[in-house]
Design a protein around this ligand. Structure first.
Ligand code: PAF
Length: 288
């Protein structure tokens, strides 16, 4: 982080010129892509970027490509003034806030999509979502240029996909995952938490407790992914306020495929609706 006031930039040429000058001066660029409504999870990413690099760019762009027609694009929270103030305090040097026209001046004919890692879980529940994310993040990576990019582990499938995409496409980007930031009662921080009713907000921490129960079953010796998934599903399905989970995944943490027998780095993931608010969460377990 520099000591100058944070700049707000709306155009791609302006951002490129700024970042090229920083790189020429020998400063490493940290990048935190967001859709705004910044909470402590995002601010932790900005703080990590400021600690690890010398110049931090945060983007705020609600990407239409990653929302299906029946999803919450219109109602997604937008609060630029508050976001700019908190991004600056957390250590951002420049905030990139492009318009839809800046990002998609023509009809978008090119999409980026990955096989295998996107086929299940969020990929099955939200068929166009992950390709929408891969496409906009590729555009943002091309705009920002060589950098270290920071993503939260809360969107674990997104993080795993983007790391794989950067490797597969030889992008000059280091993708770094940062642990999920939680409220005191264990609920993973998310911009969507703002839309929970007070009753659902009280009930929602069951998601993390159920994942934790699955992790405990593994630590106690269970190695069958189906049995672990059952522990999690049953706890959520019988909890007040929660719908039956969209999915419960007990998978290898890098491929997101379900193994016959659990070993190595395991990830437990789920997506659950409370009313019309869909929450996702995950935790990891390392087996020796
Ligand atoms: O995680 C998000 O907020 C979005 O999916 C991202 C990475 C900013 C792309 O729009």
């Amino acid at each position: 982080m520099t000591t100058d006031a944070m700049m707000i930039v709306h155009t791609i040429p302006e951002l490129r010129a700024l970042l090229d000058a920083e790189r020429t001066a020998g400063r490493r660029i940290g990048f935190v892509p967001t859709m705004g409504a910044l909470h402590d999870g995002h601010l932790t990413l900005i703080r990590e970027a400021a600690a690890a690099t010398e110049f931090v760019v945060t983007s705020i762009y609600v990407n239409p490509l990653q929302f299906a027609p029946d999803e919450d694009l219109e109602s997604y929270p937008r609060m630029l003034d508050a976001d700019a103030a908190s991004a600056e305090v957390a250590g951002a040097d420049v905030l990139f806030v492009p318009s839809d026209h800046e990002m998609y001046p023509e009809e978008n004919w090119t999409t980026v999509s990955l096989r295998v890692i996107t086929e299940d879980w969020e990929g099955e529940s939200r068929p166009t979502h992950l390709a929408g994310v891969a496409t906009v993040v590729t555009k943002l990576f091309n705009i920002v240029g060589p950098c270290t990019a920071f993503f939260g582990e809360k969107d674990f499938q997104q993080l795993a996909m983007l790391g794989r995409m950067a490797r597969d496409l030889n992008m000059a980007i280091d993708v770094v995952g940062v642990p999920t930031v939680r409220e005191d009662d264990g609920l993973a921080m998310s911009s969507r938490n703002l839309r929970l009713t007070p009753e659902h907000r009280e009930q929602a921490p069951i998601v993390q407790r159920a994942l934790q129960a699955g992790a405990t079953a593994i630590q106690d010796g269970e190695r069958n992914p189906t049995a672990v998934a059952e522990v999690i599903s049953t706890m959520i399905a019988t909890a007040p306020g929660a719908d039956a989970p969209d999915y419960v995944a007990v998978v290898d943490a890098s491929s997101l495929q379900t193994p016959e027998v659990l070993s190595g780095e395991v990830r437990l993931l789920t997506a659950v609706k409370f009313g019309d608010v869909r929450l996702i969460d995950n935790i990891g377990v390392t087996l020796k």
